[in-house]
Design a binder for this molecule. Structure first.
Ligand SMILES: [Zn+2]
Length: 112
C-alpha cells in the first residue's frame, strides 16, 4: 500500500527529529493532487507508528486544495485533477499547490 510507505517515511523523519522523546501530535499537509488518500494515511499511520516514539500520537491532516497557474493567460485557479485546463482553454498550466505531502508540525512531550 502506497500510504503505508508514506507513513513509514513520516515516522522515520519525525522520530529522528524527536530524538527519543515521545510524540504527542503530528500535523501533515496532504495535497489533494498528491495521490494519497487522507483516510488511508490515517489508517496506515496507526500501523506504522506501532512500537515507535510516535505510538499513540494524534494525527492531524490538513488537506491542501489543488491550485494552478496558466502559462498563457496568467490566471490562477483551483484544480481538482492533474489534468484540468485553464478557463482560456490552455493546457499549459503549472501546478502551484496540491501536490505536497509534508510534516507541517509536531508536538513533543515535555522532557521529564
Ligand atoms: Zn489561461
Amino acid at each position: 500500500m502506497h500510504e503505508l510507505s508514506i507513513c513509514r517515511n513520516i515516522v522515520a523523519i519525525v522520530s529522528d527529529a524527536a530524538k527519543a522523546r515521545r510524540v504527542r501530535r503530528v500535523t501533515l499537509e496532504v495535497g489533494k493532487l498528491s495521490g494519497a488518500m487522507a483516510d488511508a494515511i490515517a489508517f496506515s499511520f496507526d500501523i506504522a507508528t506501532q512500537g515507535t516514539v510516535l505510538e499513540g500520537a494524534a494525527l492531524e491532516i490538513k488537506e491542501v486544495e489543488g491550485r494552478a497557474r496558466c502559462e498563457d493567460c496568467g490566471a490562477e485557479f483551483s484544480v481538482a485533477t492533474l489534468f484540468d485546463a485553464c478557463a482560456c482553454g490552455s493546457h499549459r498550466v503549472e501546478r502551484i499547490a496540491g501536490e505536497e505531502l509534508n510534516v507541517k508540525s509536531m508536538e513533543l512531550e515535555e522532557a521529564a
